[in-house]
Ligand binder design. Structure first.
Ligand code: ADP
Ligand code: ZN
Ligand code: ZN
Length: 739
């Protein structure tokens, strides 16, 4: 180790390397202006890279003469606070992922690329007392000013430039005249709105007793760390609870981070927030441009934005004045990042709350078994909303035994009758089938040939609308064949059922009704999901058909019949998470029925009417299901009663993984495995995907700490194995999907 007077700058770079890189001070920059958390540009190899300064040290393990100076300091002040850095360091350690990649994930792409983006503070206008007292007659001769004044009277007490832009493009002249007349004034700058009256544009609904109890509990914890699990049936008013708690946080002058699954971040949800609060609400999701995401991030970082409504990746957004983190639909799989830096946004949100000393509120109608377990362990506090808010009633669930019944493209006669009945009453019907495309298999009736993906262990799915066969695992496409390539004469037959196929039969069976299909294929065009949702809500649609996209958070007041066309396909899976996911899916889909005053009915077509999971769910509900599922996990020592990490390995050459595992086994022998069970290596359930041969090795331990210590020792050594360079490997800590 070399010691010297000169400071050494330890920089994290977004590349898959576990260590930091040492640099010398940049030339011509005052040293005291350089603080951890800033971005820097550094020489790297033959080029340059953007890095994040993490530490300033006095030692380097390298020869000082070989160290190079930082090229450029990008930020004048740190974009990430010490607490942000501590959180990211924790995440890098816990998930055993390179720190530079983890920090990179905290930044939106534009900032990660080293761009400098400045945000203009928005102007905000409000009515004056005189404006409030001015009647319409007084402005009768200036219709534009009158409309502007009425806009202010009818909506927020104050409006931002952005909100006015949305309202009407050419708003400026009228506002200018109203300012001259002293009817409108420039309001306080954003972020400095502190009086409660200015925060609320629409009053809250009177909370029912359970809602009030939940609100009081969380509000009692503002300013300290606690985790709450809001377990409320669909339509029980969870969102209303969030809104009222958020109000209290805003009154304290603090910011709120609200995370939702991608698909629930619809304009309707945004609208509900905007109607309630006259503060700057910032959105962050994958459909925004890089620039928009960077602006959203900076607004929260600088305290201009009060509420951030975002998806998983918004979790790390720095908050100038944090007050509360909410994670809605906390059971949802989209909170787990499944590639690259594989983290659980729910778990990190809890750690973040602890670091920031603020409460974390998790909400769901179907809480994850992990969170229910944490309630049982008294780590989380349970807040229950057992009944629907307002007048809506929870729908009734029915199993429809379809054994030996004649089916018309997946629809039984009994179900068709129910659909006719609901449609005759001008009500909407929702059909759920979790498989997109026309049919999952194309088979030759003559010789039995099946269309397979040559790069994956999978069948090609038929997409009639696009006239193609597509692999749902590697996206490989082929034209839809007309003749069997094997025997040349046999008739090619579609086998099984996808949403496209049901859509076509619906058009035949209900020619005078309007059906829409909502799945990843039909909603690819930007804005199309929003358009469909609007058509549904305006009553232009009779039948809604779709995949899991429908299961999440949407509110369809006029749907009274929900049918799950093929519940059985979820019953047989080798992954122990499958039962939980199926139960959540059934309850969530059911929750779309009867959200208004009409009672809903849910029908599940099954060939397994006596299946214990279905029976428990129907007779006793999700909570009973969860209790028995947790008991089973405990018996089998599965998570959350034990902890897992999955090492996935793949390579284009079939023998590389086994050479790697051989070296790995030798390495593990030299380590203290601390009671860690090592299961495998085995072929992945899909042994070949996109041309890669795939294997996996599972580590399991009843103690999280022991597993962590073992991984701490293992991962750096594993990464250094020369055989590891010949395969692609990833470590998934707390995997939720064993595929
Ligand atoms: P969840 O988020 O649990 O699905 P929401 O908050 O969306 O539930 O509420 C469902 C419906 O009930 C909404 O239309 C909402 O306006 C209404 N609602 C919620 N709370 C109340 C209340 N206290 N009084 C009357 N209606 C309510
Ligand atoms: Zn054939
Ligand atoms: Zn494929």
């Amino acid at each position: 180790m070399k010691c010297c007077e000169k400071p050494i700058f330890k920089v994290a770079i977004s590349i898959p390397v576990y260590s930091l890189f040492d640099y010398l001070a940049p030339e011509g920059v005052a040293l005291d202006s350089i603080k951890p958390g800033i971005r820097v540009e550094v020489p790297f190899g033959k080029g340059k890279k953007i890095g994040y300064l993490l530490e300033i040290a006095t030692h380097s393990e390298f020869d000082l003469a070989k160290l190079k100076p930082i090229i450029r300091v990008i930020d004048l002040y740190p974009l990430l606070s010490n607490k942000d850095l501590r959180l990211l360091q924790w995440a890098a350690n816990y998930y055993h992922h390179p720190i530079g990649v983890v920090i990179g994930a905290a930044f939106p792409a534009a900032l990660r690329q080293g761009k400098i983006i400045s945000i203009q503070p928005q102007k905000r206008y409000a009515l004056t007392d005189l404006g409030l007292a001015t009647s319409s007659q007084q402005l009768q001769r200036s219709p534009n000013q009158l409309r502007a004044l009425e806009k202010f009277k009818s909506s927020a007490t104050s409006l931002t430039e952005a909100e006015l832009n949305v309202w009407e493009e050419g708003w400026r002249p009228a506002i200018k005249q109203l300012i001259t007349k002293k009817l409108i004034q420039l309001a306080l700058a954003e972020g400095s709105v502190t009086n409660a009256g200015a925060l609320i544009s629409k009053p809250a609904l009177p909370a029912n007793a359970q809602q009030q109890a939940a609100i009081d509990e969380v509000c009692g914890s503002l300013g300290q760390f606690d985790v709450f699990l809001l377990d409320g049936v669909t339509g029980s008013g969870k969102t209303e609870v969030y809104l009222q708690i958020i109000q209290s946080v805003l009154e304290r002058g603090q910011q709120v981070l609200v995370l939702v699954p991608e698909i629930t971040l619809t304009p309707q949800l945004e609208e509900r927030f905007r109607q309630r609060f006259a503060v700057d609400i910032v959105l962050s999701h994958s459909k925004l441009t890089d620039k928009q995401r960077a602006v959203a991030w900076l607004k929260m970082q600088q305290g201009q934005g009060s509420i951030l409504l975002g998806t998983r990746s918004a979790l790390f957004t720095p908050l100038k004045n944090p007050g509360l983190i909410i994670l809605d639909e906390e059971h949802d799989a989209s909170f787990k990042q499944q590639e690259g830096f594989r983290f659980s946004a729910r778990d990190i949100a809890v750690v973040r709350g602890q670091l920031l000393h603020i409460p974390v509120l998790l909400g769901s109608a179907t809480p994850s078994l992990e969170s229910l377990h944490n309630v049982n362990k008294q780590r989380y506090q349970l807040l229950a909303l057992p009944v629907r808010a307002g007048k809506a009633i929870v729908p009734t669930l029915h199993l429809l035994d379809i054994r030996n019944k004649r089916m018309q493209e997946g629809l039984s006669a009994a179900l068709l009758e129910e659909i006719h009945k609901a449609l005759a009453k001008q009500e909407q019907v929702l059909l759920f089938l979790n498989r997109r495309g026309f049919a999952p298999t194309l088979i030759c009736h003559g010789c039995g040939w099946v269309a397979r993906c040559y790069r994956c262990d999978a069948n090609l799915v038929i997409h009639v609308d696009e006239n193609c066969l597509r692999c749902h695992h590697c996206a490989k496409e082929e034209v839809l064949l007309k003749h069997c390539p094997e025997c040349k004469v046999g008739e090619l037959t579609p086998l099984g059922l996808g949403t496209e196929r049901v859509e076509k039969v619906l058009a035949e069976l209900f020619p005078d009704k309007v059906a829409v299909r909502l799945d990843r294929d039909s909603t690819q065009r930007k804005g199309s999901l929003e358009d469909y949702l609007q058509q549904i809500n305006e009553g232009e649609v009779d039948i809604i058909l779709g995949t899991q996209m429908l299961a999440k958070g949407h509110h369809f007041p006029n749907v009274t019949l929900v049918a799950i066309l093929d519940v059985d396909s979820g019953l047989f899976s080798i992954d122990f998470h499958a039962a939980e996911k199926l139960a959540q899916m059934i309850v969530q889909v059911s929750g779309r029925a009867g959200r208004a005053e009409k009672r809903g009915k849910v029908i599940m077509q099954t060939r397994q009417p006596e299946h214990p999971l279905l029976a428990t769910l129907i007779q006793q509900g999700y909570q009973s299901f969860a209790i028995s599922a947790l008991a089973e996990r405990k018996l089998a020592s599965l998570p959350p009663f034990s902890y897992q990490a999955l090492l996935r390995v793949q390579a284009a050459e079939s023998d590389m993984p086994s050479i790697f595992f051989h070296a790995l086994t030798e390495l593990i022998k030299t380590l203290n495995a601390r009671h860690t069970q090592i299961l495998g290596p085995v072929s992945a359930p899909m042994a070949r995907r996109a041309g890669q041969y795939r294997y996996q090795l599972l580590f399991q331990n009843n103690r999280r700490k022991e597993l962590q210590h073992f991984l701490d020792e293992l991962v750096p050594k594993l990464a250094a194995l020369k055989q590891a360079k010949k395969v692609h490997w990833t470590l998934d800590v707390d995997p939720v999907d064993l595929y």
